[in-house]
Design a protein around this ligand. Structure first.
Ligand SMILES: NC(=O)c1ccc[n+]([C@@H]2O[C@H](COP(=O)([O-])OP(=O)(O)OC[C@H]3O[C@@H](n4cnc5c(N)ncnc54)[C@H](O)[C@@H]3O)[C@@H](O)[C@H]2O)c1
Length: 315
């Protein structure tokens, strides 16, 4: 049984591909992207998500049975070209869903996001079902994507599963143009320079999750028995919520001289339209979700790994 990962060269795809290879074996997990990784990632294919015929050939040639469809243009980058963002994010997903129907694939994973939130969404403990009126092309494409996943499940019995990831923080890969990127960049700058200029205001509270938790949530969702999956749009999911000022305080416990200043840009308006905290009780009830990392544990793990990385990095 082979697995295809699209967008495998991104922040999450890099780590997810590694996790899937540990479980299923290297040869069984085909990584693909439009940008080649700068390390050995075989088996790797250059694959544009808009090239449907090529994806069809890959499914046939490699006897693909599962797809983790990560390829996307993220919230902040997406605003530079909204139509392209809609095209890549939504039409890319539609191709995957329809190929899943054509080839009767076993499972599809589609990451959704807190970017589906908008000004009408309750800001605190956002429930699973609420008013979602996203303000970005990215958010619109992901919200529509959730509905298409639900539709393909109801209509064609496609076993497509989805999580609304909050901002993902990890030490092993860099973020790709989202609104929560500051929460990764701050660690690199704190260790390299002892200072960070944040593009969000100090009190901007957003839901976040450590990469280890995000990978475990993905693994547990995909391993759950189909009867337990009651949400076929996407599950609310969260690990922690904090502001840039709170994160800076936590970093200072490890790097006492660390300083931060704030120069908010266009990403502030996007962040303001998202919720501050999430009610993920449905994921907890249906397939037993339980996060392991809070702000304190995540911060110390990030610093331990990145200090080691910069110490050993060739100059
Ligand atoms: N990182 C987060 O905090 C976060 C939060 C919520 C949801 N997500 C979702 O998780 C998924 C992965 O996110 P990420 O952070 O790794 O993003 P990323 O930007 O780091 O990676 C996305 C990858 O998709 C590739 N891509 C772009 N256009 C493509 C195309 N036309 N064909 C094939 N590949 C293409 C890019 O080259 C990139 O490597 C995305 O669907 C994103 O919406 C991420």
């Amino acid at each position: 049984m082979a697995i295809l990962v699209t967008g495998a060269n991104g922040q999450i795809g890099t780590i997810l591909t590694r996790m899937l290879r540990q479980k299923h074996g290297r040869e069984e997990v085909i990584a693909s992207d439009i940008i080649r990784p700068n390390y050995d990632d075989d088996p790797f294919l250059m694959l544009d998500i808009l090239n449907v015929q090529r994806i069809r050939e890959v499914i046939e040639d490699f006897e693909i049975r599962e797809i983790y469809h990560l390829a996307a243009i993220l919230s902040a980058n997406g605003e530079w070209n909204p139509i392209k963002t809609w095209n890549v994010n939504l039409n890319g997903l539609l191709s995957i869903l329809d190929l899943a129907r054509e080839f009767e694939l076993d499972k599809v994973f589609f990451p959704s996001t807190i970017a589906i939130h908008g000004p009408t969404t309750p800001k605190k403990q956002t429930p699973q079902e609420a008013s979602f009126l996203p303000t970005t092309a990215y958010g619109m494409s992901k919200l529509a994507g959730e509905h298409w996943c639900h539709y393909y499940h109801q209509r064609f019995k496609i076993d497509v599963r989805s999580l609304r990831y909050p901002g993902i923080i990890g030490h092993d890969s860099l973020p790709g143009g989202g609104t929560t990127d500051y929460a990764v960049e701050i660690f690199h700058e704190a260790i390299k320079k002892g200072h960070y200029t944040c593009f969000l205001e100090p009190d901007t509270r957003l839901p976040m999750m450590y990469m280890d938790d995000a990978m475990r949530a993905t693994r547990e969702l995909m391993a759950a028995e189909a009867e337990k999956i009651h949400v076929r749009t996407a599950y609310n999911l969260t690990g922690m919520s904090f502001t840039p000022a709170e994160l800076a305080d936590e970093i200072r416990k490890h790097i006492p001289g660390f300083t931060i200043d704030y120069k908010p840009d266009f990403r502030q308006a996007i962040a303001n339209s998202w919720s501050q905290s999430i009610d993920d009780s449905k994921a907890r009830e249906d397939w037993g979700w339980q996060p392991a990392y809070d702000l304190e544990k995540m911060t110390s793990d990030m610093i331990v790994h990145l200090e080691k990385y910069y110490l050993n990095k060739p100059q």
